[in-house]
Design a protein around this ligand. Structure first.
Ligand SMILES: Cc1cc2nc3c(=O)[nH]c(=O)nc-3n(C[C@H](O)[C@H](O)[C@H](O)COP(=O)(O)OP(=O)(O)OC[C@H]3O[C@@H](n4cnc5c(N)ncnc54)[C@H](O)[C@@H]3O)c2cc1C
Length: 239
């Protein structure tokens, strides 16, 4: 056991991170960096069942893919630099279209500092777009960053979590996974795994959610440039 009663992880402690989306990767990157800074050796594995390099919705953590300028800058300070082919288009404006009129929010730096990214391998069947840039998933890129810091990545879905004498045990379809001193739930809220966390009896309950519908409509790169320019449009309809 590599954790004391103050929940302090000691040398050789094992961490299992459930989910390799942004939360899982960021947790891993910073946990490993901080552990190195204080001279502590931790063994960290990220369990993620998706393959973010495949095209289409099943490989994508649904999102509009807009990374705010402040986040782009904060990541750059940490040495995580977002550039092509992770950034598909650099933009400088948010346009909110409301029933009361349009509101434009320009990037303070006016340097196209807002990034748009693909979370997965991008939309399917878009070979007609000869100008489209190379693709690299944002989530895949962050996993690469975590791996460079020393994280192990396992392409495994965690099916269940139990507590045994206060220690977490995690299971895949094939059985029990290696022991962990700390299990980190970074599995998003659209997963059955949330229920397993609730059933642990730690008092955790999932946050309330609302349903959203997301769709991709291919209009071609030229039309995007002509109609939207370097802006992302948010339609705030009267609901
Ligand atoms: C319609 C919509 C549009 C959005 N647009 C934006 C935007 O433009 N910009 C922005 O910044 N944010 C946006 N967001 C929010 C953003 O998507 C989330 O904040 C972000 O994805 C949360 O990251 P996460 O890592 O917590 O969870 P997720 O991105 O959901 O990642 C969780 C990961 O855990 C994995 N996982 C789940 N269960 C298991 C398991 N049992 N075992 C192993 N792996 C598991 C999943 O496969 C997934 O990869 C949007 C959200 C929605 C719904």
């Amino acid at each position: 056991m590599k954790v004391n009663s103050n929940f302090e992880l000691s040398d050789g402690a094992r961490i299992a991170v459930l989910g390799g989306g942004p939360a899982g990767s960021f947790f891993s990157i910073f946990a490993l960096k901080l552990a190195k800074q204080i001279g502590r050796d931790i063994d960290l594995t990220i369990y993620e069942n998706k393959n973010f390099s495949h095209e289409g919705p099943s490989s994508c953590n649904m999102c509009a893919g807009v990374v705010s300028e402040s986040l782009v800058q904060m990541l750059a300070i940490e040495g995580i630099c977002l550039k092509s082919p992770i950034v598909q288009r650099a933009i400088d404006t948010y346009c909110f279209q409301t029933t009361g009129g349009d509101v434009f929010l320009n990037s303070p730096s006016k340097q196209k500092g807002i990034a748009t990214v693909y979370r997965g391998g991008g939309p399917v069947n878009q070979t007609d777009n000869e100008h489209e840039t190379e693709r690299k998933s944002f989530d895949d890129f962050l996993l690469d960053c975590a791996e460079k810091e020393g994280a192990k990545i396992e392409n495994v879905r965690v099916e269940d979590i139990k507590l045994n004498n206060g220690r977490p045990i995690i299971f895949s379809k094939k059985g029990q996974l290696p022991d962990a001193d700390l299990v980190v739930g970074a599995c998003g809220i659209n997963t059955k795994t949330i229920q397993a966390f609730e059933e642990l009896g730690t008092g955790y309950t999932r946050p309330t959610t609302i349903k959203a519908y997301q769709s991709e409509i291919h209009i071609g790169e030229q039309n995007v440039s002509d109609l939207f320019g370097n802006a992302v449009y948010v339609f705030l309809i009267n609901q």
